[in-house]
Design a protein around this ligand. Structure first.
Ligand SMILES: [Zn+2]
Ligand SMILES: [Zn+2]
Length: 454
C-alpha cells in the first residue's frame, strides 16, 4: 500500500473556506501553478468536489461530526451546489454566502462583467486595423490587498493574481469575438481594463516606416523650427505663422504618413541631419517615420511615396519606403555618428591657391583623425566637447585661383564647414590651417550617407 494521502492542498483549501467565502475560480486560483491544461474554476470545483465526497463518506460513518462541518463550509462559504444538496438532505445548517471575498465588489463578481467588458472593447476597434492584441487589467486595490493577505496568511506559493486571471479570461473572450490572436511580444493593440472605473482603454501601438530622403532645395530644416520670439504662437516677427522656416523635411514626410495611416502624431528619426542650407543628394539619408495610434497598419507604400513627393512640390524626394520596427529606428540614429558620409563643397579662399599645395593637403588628410570642439554655432544645443573624427579622404580641385571644389569622405558627425574654416582653431587640423589661408565654405551638399543598419 502506498502512503496514506495527507494533502496540504486540501488542508489549505479547508482552512481558507473556514475564514472566507470563495468562488470556484478564486479558490482554484490559489493553486494556479499546480497541474496544467485546466482552468482555475476547474481546480476550485475539483477541490470542493473531492472535499464533499470525503465529507459525505464521513457522514455515512459512525463519527459524522467532521463531515458535517466540512459540508457546512462547502455549502456556505464554498457556495458549492452539490454540498448544499447534501446539507439539505442531512439537515445540516449553513449560512448562505453570495459574495466571493476575492472577486466581488458591490455584490457582483468582476468575472460576471466579462461579457460587457468584451463588448465595450470590441466597440473601440471597429475601424482599427490589427492582427493581434494583448490585454492588461488594473485591479481593485481592495481586491489586490485581500489576495496579498491571503497569500501571506496561508503561505500560498502557487497562487495567481486576480488581474492576470481576469486578463487571460478577457483575452479569450476577445479572441472569440474579434477573431484575432493574443500576442505578448509586439501586440498591435493593448486593451487595458480599469476595474475601478469600469473603463476599457485602447492603446494602439505605433508603426515605423523606413526610407531615404533627398533634399533638393536649400533652406529647409529637418524638423519644424518655431519662431524664437513667440515660440510657435505667432507674432509680428513671424507674420503670425509661429515659425522661423515655413516647412521641414519631417513634416513633408510625417504629415502625409500620419494622414494616410490615420494616426494621431508622428516622430521623425533620421541618420543625422544636414544644415538648413545644405542639400541632401545621392541616394538620400536614411530615416524612419513613426506614426502613433495608426488606424491603418498596412498602407500602400507606393502611393505614400507618391503623395509625399507630390505634396512637397519636389522640394524633397523619398524612395524605397518599407515597413520596419522600433529597433531599426533606434539603430539608424545610433549609427549616425559612426557611419561614413560624403560631401561636395565649394570653398572660397582669401588668396591664390597653388595646385601643388592642394595635392599636399589631400595627402596630409588621407586616413587621419581630427579633433573638433563643438562649433560655436551649435553650442546652444550640443554639449561643449572635443570629438575625434575620422577623415577617410579629401579631394581638392581648383575652380578659380581663389575658389576650390572639395570632396570629403568622413565619419558621420564631422562638422564639414568647420573642417574647412578651422573655426578659430576649434577644429584641428583644417583645410584653412593646412593651406595657411582663410577658407570659407560657400556651398555644401551631402552626396552619400552610408548606413550599417539599412
Ligand atoms: Zn471569486
Ligand atoms: Zn513668432
Amino acid at each position: 500500500m502506498t502512503t496514506p494521502i495527507q494533502s496540504r492542498v486540501l488542508d489549505t483549501a479547508v482552512n481558507m473556506l473556514e475564514q472566507y467565502t470563495l468562488c470556484d475560480r478564486c479558490l482554484g486560483r490559489q493553486f494556479a501553478w499546480l497541474s496544467t491544461n485546466t482552468s482555475n474554476s476547474e481546480r476550485g470545483r475539483s477541490l470542493k468536489l473531492v472535499l464533499s465526497m470525503m465529507a459525505d463518506d464521513e457522514l455515512k460513518s459512525e463519527n459524522p461530526d467532521h463531515g458535517k462541518k466540512i459540508i457546512g463550509l462547502l455549502a456556505g462559504h464554498g457556495m458549492f451546489k452539490p454540498a448544499q444538496t447534501i446539507a439539505e438532505k442531512n439537515s445540516i445548517e449553513y449560512g448562505k454566502s453570495v459574495d466571493c471575498h476575492l472577486c466581488s465588489t458591490d455584490g457582483q463578481s468582476i468575472f460576471d462583467k466579462i461579457e460587457d467588458v468584451t463588448k465595450k472593447a470590441g466597440e473601440l476597434v471597429k475601424d482599427v486595423e490589427f492582427d493581434h492584441f494583448l490585454v492588461g487589467t488594473v485591479s481593485f486595490p481592495l481586491l489586490d490587498d485581500r489576495q496579498d493577505d491571503l497569500r501571506a496568511k496561508y503561505s500560498l506559493l502557487h497562487a495567481e493574481a486576480l488581474k492576470s486571471d481576469f486578463s487571460r479570461e478577457l483575452g479569450k473572450h476577445l479572441h472569440e469575438i474579434l477573431k484575432k490572436e493574443v500576442e505578448f511580444e509586439r501586440p498591435h493593440l493593448v486593451f487595458l481594463y480599469d476595474m475601478v472605473n469600469d473603463i476599457v482603454r485602447l492603446q494602439i501601438n505605433p508603426v515605423f516606416i523606413y526610407g531615404r530622403y533627398q533634399k533638393l532645395v536649400r533652406g529647409i530644416p529637418q524638423s519644424r523650427w518655431d519662431c524664437k520670439d513667440c515660440k510657435g504662437k505667432g507674432c509680428e516677427e513671424c507674420k503670425g505663422t509661429g515659425r522661423r522656416y515655413p516647412d521641414s523635411i519631417s513634416e513633408y514626410v510625417g504629415d502625409v504618413a500620419q494622414r494616410l495611416l490615420r494616426g494621431s502624431r508622428f516622430k521623425f528619426h533620421a541618420a543625422g541631419r544636414e544644415d538648413i542650407d545644405v542639400l541632401m543628394l545621392g541616394k538620400g539619408r536614411p530615416f524612419v517615420v513613426e506614426v502613433s495610434e495608426p488606424r491603418i497598419r498596412t498602407p500602400d507604400l507606393v502611393s505614400l511615396t507618391k503623395r509625399i513627393n507630390k505634396e512637397s512640390k519636389k522640394r524633397i524626394r523619398v524612395e524605397n519606403l518599407e515597413m520596419t520596427n522600433r529597433e531599426h529606428s533606434q539603430k539608424i540614429k545610433e549609427d549616425a555618428s559612426t557611419n561614413i558620409k560624403e560631401y561636395l563643397a565649394v570653398i572660397q579662399t582669401d588668396g591664390p591657391v597653388q595646385k601643388t599645395e592642394l595635392r599636399r593637403v589631400e595627402g596630409e588628410f588621407s586616413g587621419i583623425e581630427i579633433e573638433q570642439r563643438t562649433p560655436t554655432r551649435v553650442s546652444h544645443r550640443r554639449a561643449d566637447l572635443i570629438r575625434k573624427k575620422q577623415i577617410h579622404e579629401i579631394r581638392l580641385k581648383m575652380l578659380k585661383n581663389d575658389s576650390i571644389e572639395a570632396f570629403f569622405k568622413v565619419q558621420g558627425g564631422t562638422y564639414v564647414k568647420e573642417l574647412i574654416s578651422g573655426d578659430d582653431g576649434r577644429t584641428n587640423p583644417s583645410i584653412a590651417s593646412k593651406l595657411g589661408l582663410v577658407c570659407v565654405c560657400k556651398k555644401l551638399d551631402v552626396t552619400a550617407v552610408y548606413s550599417n543598419s539599412s
